[in-house]
Design a protein around this ligand. Structure first.
Ligand code: MN
Length: 218
């Protein structure tokens, strides 16, 4: 078999470290759930959807590994944090590992898109828009508290049990729309307290039992 001759060097595959194993998890797709905490749905001027969870996507190439400085993105004056529990899927689309992530959002662009009834892509899916911490294999989501601190100040805090759709419910609906499998990440939605961040801020997302996600905006 002749290997194809590439016109240019392909981008390196996006990888997440798997804590304590020396392995890296190659990321294929990033699914995100919208409005999965009632208090956050309310702060965004809506209600949570109890008939079915709904999804938007981020490109795998837009993954930003925790620890590396995150450049403030262009085209926005209102970059906001959303801390979320992340499920890393394995064969058959079942949970393989777990992480804490930040669904970084260009909120001004999202507001304009909503108003014009346009897609959210430019608000959600851009370089560095998905900041995700190391994956841990063994974790059981229950009532652990998800939290986000900016420069040490608590901004978001809620138990995972506040999710409108739990992980099993999210994955059941996702499997009705896609063929989820190894390399797919699911960001499960954010609690109330989202807000703006700027250059020089350090963000720390935590969930008891998981490695924290820490990033500084530059
Ligand atoms: Mn989100």
């Amino acid at each position: 078999m002749t290997l194809p001759r590439l016109a240019f060097a392909p981008a390196p595959p996006p990888l997440l470290p798997v804590a304590g194993t020396g392995l890296s998890y190659p990321v294929r797709r990033i699914f995100c759930v919208g409005r999965n905490y009632e208090a956050h749905a309310a702060e965004m001027g809506g209600t949570a959807d109890r008939e079915a969870p709904w999804f938007f996507l981020k490109s795998a190439q837009h993954l930003h590994p925790a620890g590396a400085d995150l450049p403030y993105p262009p085209g926005t004056a209102d970059l906001q944090h959303e801390v979320e529990l992340v499920v890393a899927l394995g064969e058959g689309g079942v949970p393989w590992g777990w992480a804490v992530g930040l669904d970084m959002t260009r909120r001004d662009l999202q507001a304009r898109a909503k108003e014009a009834r346009r897609p959210w892509d430019v608000a959600k899916d851009y370089e560095g828009g998905a900041v995700i911490g190391p994956i841990l294999r063994n974790f059981e989501p229950a009532a652990q508290e998800l939290a986000l601190r900016v420069n040490g100040d608590l901004r978001q805090r809620a138990p995972l049990s506040d999710m409108v759709w739990d992980v099993a419910g999210i994955l059941r609906h996702l499997a009705g729309l896609y063929a989820p499998g190894p390399g797919d990440l699911v960001m499960t939605g954010t609690p109330a307290g989202v807000g703006p961040v700027g250059r020089g801020d350090t963000l720390e997302g935590t969930c008891a039992g998981l490695p924290p996600v820490v990033v500084r905006i530059v």
